[in-house]
Design a protein around this ligand. Structure first.
Ligand SMILES: NC(=O)C1=CN([C@@H]2O[C@H](COP(=O)(O)OP(=O)(O)OC[C@H]3O[C@@H](n4cnc5c(N)ncnc54)[C@H](OP(=O)(O)O)[C@@H]3O)[C@@H](O)[C@H]2O)C=CC1
Ligand SMILES: O=C(O)C1=N[C@H](C(=O)O)C[C@H](O)C1
Length: 215
């Protein structure tokens, strides 16, 4: 496939290029904060950039009318409304976490939540590398949204941690902990690759990563 990356020079952009080229795909479009290069029209664009870049991403997709896989975090309700609008024209796959493990964790959280009553405390902790700008992580927000109450979140930014998320369910006398840790960015780029390959067969619409995984 011919693909483009928004956030090309970033940590995720570089990891995506590495995996996609290993899979035989051709990079034809790349965009960073102050640069843009196109050699051919892409069939799909992958966006792992920053919230500040989002208005530009919307413009690029509107102009090119190509499918979008987006993993950028920090997006708010207005941004999601814009993604919904784009999805009327092209397929859009969005997730704050493209790893398989976090999507399994999501199912486990929903299950555990069925067994605990309001007497149980639930808190989410996440740790990421020192360069990560948003806090709490998109994943922590996504996991918190699976629960039926406001959740206390704790964030650490240190070293080169790729991404660790922990959910504690505690009552007086016991604690149940669910935890996921990414060993490398490949945890996320594999899901992005799966999504980019799948999106070519999709009709316009907004799709979550679990919808892609379960098909
Ligand atoms: N959903 C998921 O599974 C995952 C999501 N993420 C998310 O991916 C995003 C990128 O992470 P990471 O690669 O570590 O971040 P980096 O800071 O390493 O890279 C950010 C990239 O975005 C570009 N950028 C910044 N501002 C703009 C702008 N205004 N217009 C266009 N491009 C811009 C930067 O360009 P320049 O170099 O020119 O500044 C750079 O290429 C984050 O939102 C992160 O949370 C990360 C991992 C997994
Ligand atoms: O910035 C990162 O690195 C990551 N960001 C995502 C998030 O905010 O949840 C996903 C992953 O944890 C890595």
């Amino acid at each position: 496939m011919k693909y483009g990356i928004i956030g090309y020079s970033g940590r995720m952009g570089q990891a995506i290029e590495k995996l996609f080229s290993k899979a035989g795909h051709k990079l034809v479009y790349q965009k960073d904060e102050n640069s843009e290069k196109e050699t051919e029209k892409p069939e799909v664009i992958i966006d792992f950039s920053l919230k500040e870049a989002f208005p530009k991403t919307v413009r690029v997709i509107e102009e090119k009318k190509v499918p979008l896989v987006i993993g950028t975090t920090g997006l708010d309700e207005d941004d999601f409304a814009k993604l919904d609008k784009l999805a009327e024209e092209v397929p859009v796959i969005q997730s704050f976490n493209f790893s398989i493990g976090i999507n399994i964790l999501s199912e486990l959280i929903k299950k555990v939540n069925q067994y605990v009553d309001q007497d149980w405390d639930i808190e989410i902790s996440e740790t990421h590398h020192r360069f990560k700008k948003d806090k709490p992580s998109g994943t922590a927000i996504m996991l918190g949204n699976l629960l039926d109450r406001d959740i206390e979140m704790h964030s650490k930014r240190l070293g080169s941690e790729f991404g660790e998320h922990e959910v504690d369910f505690a009552s007086t006398g016991e604690v149940l902990t669910l935890k996921h840790r990414a060993y490398s960015r490949e945890a996320f780029t594999r899901g992005a690759l799966l999504s980019a390959e799948a999106i070519l067969d999709l009709k316009p619409g907004f799709y979550s990563f679990p919808e892609i995984l379960n098909n």
